[in-house]
Design a protein around this ligand. Sequence first.
Ligand code: NAD
Length: 483
Amino acid sequence: PGHVGGELRSGGGRMETHSQVVERLRSVFRSGVTLPEQFRRTQLTKLMSMIKDNEQQILGALHKDLAKPKFEAVLSEIDIVINELHYTLNNFKSWMQPEYVDKNLATKFDDCFVKREPLGVVLIIGAWNYPWQLLLLPMVAAVAAGNCVVIKPSEVSAATDTLIAELIPKYLSQDCYAVVSGGAEETKSLLLNRFDHIFYTGSQAVARSILQAASVHLTPVTLELGGKCPCLIYGQVSIAGVARRLVWSKFFNAGQSCVAPDYVLCSAATRDALLPELRQALEDFYGKEPQTSPDLSRIVSARHWARLMELLKRSNGKVAVGGESNEDDKYIAPTVLVDVSEDDALMEEEIFGPILPILNFESLQDGIDFINRKEKALALYVFSNESSVINKVLENTSSGGFCSNDGIIHMTLPGLPFGGVGASGWGSYHGRWGFETFTHRRACMLRGWALERLNGLRYPPYNDNKLGWLRWTASPKSSCSLM
Ligand code: NAD
């Protein structure tokens, strides 16, 4: 009874059930130990040391999981977290401060403010494609906001999972933070417990079962999901520049990015101009034989490789670039397909691999209509030298993020919220947005005994005269007119 979940070994070699871990963290949270700014600062600083001390091991694990090039790993897994830590350490004290709000006459002598409070024990579930970043970035926010945290790495990226489970207890407070490893079954068992927030990164399919589990305890959930990010090219464009930026953002991490351009929409003329430039950019980046390039990641597992090969097999599009593959190496060449129709296999689901279909549209409105027929994407990209084109797409579509004349880059700026809308996700993080995600904004009004005569206006017996005065004192105008 009261025993939920399987046994696990958490930091320090303790054998504990999932429910024991959650209960232990909950009682530590209630003790208030995570509340002081200094405690949070110390833990964030330790997190920084953890990353700096172990850079080589982190790079090694990421290489083992995805053959991730050091260059990409440093940018998208290590430095992005270090930068978030610096940004948070420099700013979170001010984010913690009470926020005083405008008052009216009726509340003139009261203290009226928003108090930022941690939520409690929060769960962060990560995905395998950026297995370090996707756990650690939300963790920075959750720690800064003063929560106790359980993190659940993806079992698919096994080497990074093992490293995280080893390092977190070594550097951070074991009383406040725990790593729980495992796949679908362990996660389901973990989710039987009550958390104060669940932060999930992964696929839309699994998100449904996360929501079901959360509904039992009415736990609020942030969903960082994926989908098909469109890339529209229209009007006057610098085609060689488009090709380089498109190739970089699509084939970074072998296309296994939630914000990778999923498909291209352009006119037949643009496609014809683009193809040779894409070939050139690919050759410049990865050489004539991309399989021998150290700068191209591999598909994460044989299962994921087989899914992509099946999509390629089922597609009726014509391979214009690439198409080669090697199962033992979990390799798929950067591949571009043309003559892809809207009902093609490649358009049925998020591709999440190094395969880029090009679909043709002649008018900008057709492209916009196409995008609007689909679920709202995590990111939407438009390439054009014409600002009227970019503005038209921006004003007539919706997506989690939007970036013109580039791909992926918008998510590296901590001032911008990162997250989806509709089917691409709920909620956001990065910078202050992450702090707010893991924070309760408590509405506080600390009243004294001033203006009791004014208060008297709201007590019965009611009459129209009192109501008139009351409406005036409670209106925004009343505070201005007396100042
Ligand atoms: P996934 O859904 O298979 O796995 C994600 C996590 O869920 C893992 O930790 C896994 O152990 C757990 N899990 C798997 N099955 C489960 C189940 N039945 N019940 C409970 N937990 C379960 O996703 P993935 O394949 O690891 O990631 C790919 C997807 O994630 C893509 O759709 C991609 O676009 C999306 N993604 C989104 C972001 C973002 O920030 N928005 C970032 C990366 C990936």
